[in-house]
Design a protein around this ligand. Structure first.
Ligand code: ATP
Ligand code: HSE
Length: 324
């Protein structure tokens, strides 16, 4: 569940008085999502998403996230556009939390990824990467390679209870990944969490899915562009039995490359970028798994799903494993 903070009707009406959005019609808590409290907000002016930022987001970083979303939307990317109050300010306070209203995006995220989703996703990722150009401020990736050693340390005590031998195996993967990690690849603003639940689709007249919007930019940062593709290969191209679907990968990478061709160095680095991406999600999930007190309102996700992915990538000799 992801409504951590309740909002009273009186507080909401007072909050909305600072906007030009008309009168409150309805507010509904959204159960999906892990990080923040999200509400579907309806006013006489239209439909919006109200987000209250919870403790896992650093309030000092919110202006960067909202600024990036504003920039991307201005470049024509379909992503939530922060709505400013009458005073021109989008980041405000509600129920003791930083809060913002964003535009509502139509569409649904795919509960079951089909190969037909992967080309539009690859194109949307390349579009996002080029739309980010020109947004000057940078945000370092707090969950990049430098964070993985301390994160693994914090999982050391509880990790083997999740699976015997897990920590020793991760020690081995981590040192190999850090030794092979590429430097000097093209950089830019990346989404860094573009999982299926952050991508909305609508079907066109022929029943083919097309991307209608990208959401949840709260892990976005400035990092290696091809690392974002590696995250998507992890999140979109494995089947439920954790076999890798090279047809999905080919469709995704092909559509990405049609808009932003990868360099030789990026292609060569793809296996280690995929290993790093799998390790990043494994570690944050393992941290949540081993450090979440019972009853805490954090939806834990299975870290071992990412161990299976990591093992696949560790066995990839080169980018041909991804259909290149
Ligand atoms: N702009 C939007 N338009 C339509 N629906 C949205 C929008 N933003 C969020 N939602 C809805 O809210 C849900 C949760 O949003 P989101 O993924 O941003 O939550 P979160 O808790 O911040 O992130 P996380 O996925 O990291 O847990 C989405 O699945 C979607 O249903
Ligand atoms: N996409 C992340 C959750 C944070 O958004 C995961 O699946 O571990």
């Amino acid at each position: 569940m992801a409504v951590y903070t309740e909002v009273t009707e009186a507080a909401l009406r007072g909050f909305l008085a600072d906007y030009e959005l008309g009168e409150l019609v309805a507010l509904r808590g959204i159960a999906e999502g892990v990080e923040n409290s999200n509400f579907a907000l309806q006013t006489t002016g239209g439909s919006y998403i109200l987000t209250l930022y919870e403790k896992r987001v650093d309030p000092a970083e919110l202006p960067w996230f909202l600024g990036l979303m504003r920039h991307l939307a201005a470049q024509g990317l379909s992503c939530p556009l922060p709505v400013a109050g009458r005073d021109g300010v989008a980041l405000r306070q509600l129920a003791g939390r930083p809060a913002a209203i964003c535009t509502f995006l139509p569409g649904n995220w795919p509960r079951r990824v089909r190969p037909e989703h992967c080309a539009p996703l690859g194109a949307a990722l390349a579009t996002l990467h080029s739309a980010g150009e020109g947004f000057r401020a940078e945000r370092p990736n707090g969950l990049g390679p430098r964070s993985w050693t301390p994160l693994l340390e914090r999982c050391r005590d509880g990790g083997d209870a999740v699976q015997p031998g897990l920590i020793a195996e991760l020690d081995g993967h981590l040192s190999g990944i850090l030794a092979d990690w590429p430097v000097g690849l093209p950089r830019g603003h990346i989404h860094a969490d573009l999982f299926p639940d952050n991508v909305f689709f609508l079907e066109d007249a022929r029943g083919s899915p097309r991307v209608s919007g990208l959401i949840d930019f709260y892990f976005a940062c400035t990092d290696t562009l091809a690392y974002d593709l590696a995250i998507c290969l992890n999140a979109w191209c494995f089947e439920q039995d954790f076999s890798f679907n090279v047809t999905k990968a080919r469709a995704m990478i092909g559509a990405y490359q049609a808009l932003r061709p990868l360099s030789e160095a990026e292609i060569e680095a793809l296996p280690v970028l995929c290993r790093g991406a799998a390790l990043r999600f494994l570690l944050t999930r393992l941290f949540d798994w081993t450090n979440t007190p019972p009853g805490a309102m954090v939806t834990r996700k299975d870290p071992l799903e990412y161990l299976k992915r990591l093992r696949f990538h560790a066995g990839a000799k080169d980018a041909s494993a991804y259909g290149l």
